[in-house]
Design a protein around this ligand. Structure first.
Ligand SMILES: [Zn+2]
Length: 127
């Protein structure tokens, strides 16, 4: 019996995306919103937080069962890149105004000219 359930579950999950780091963060965010809403006595704020937490959890479930694995994979990669950017305190990241290529420059150098490594476009930014 257990074996058959396991088999059915495996068949169901075939070709589906499963979970990843982005999903963990989405679920975590949903849980935090849910917990915060317990301590909020204002009805509207409580409702908004509860709705937000349900929304996040539904989003995570949707991503887990999604068959569009390539798109989900790209979402996760973009998210991990964003996380790296936030954690990196020594560099600043800019997107090239012409080709959208992300460019990393050292932080705290004042106004500098940046040359895009891809299309050689020059642009000035404060670091
Ligand atoms: Zn460029």
């Amino acid at each position: 019996m257990m074996y058959r359930i396991k088999q059915a579950l495996q068949r169901f999950m075939m070709g589906r995306y499963g979970t990843d780091k982005l999903n963990m963060w989405i679920l975590g965010g949903g849980l935090v919103l849910c917990l915060v809403s317990i301590f909020i006595s204002n009805g509207y704020v409580d409702l908004a937080l509860t709705a937000g937490s349900y929304g996040l959890m539904i989003w995570a479930i949707f991503r887990t069962f999604s068959r569009n694995t390539y798109k989900r994979y790209r979402e996760n990669r973009r998210f991990l890149m964003l996380l790296d950017r936030i954690k990196d305190r020594e560099h600043r990241y800019f997107d090239c105004p012409k080709c959208r290529q992300p460019v990393r420059v050292p932080r705290g150098k004042g106004k500098i000219m940046i040359t895009c490594p891809k299309c050689k476009e020059k642009f000035q930014r404060k670091t």
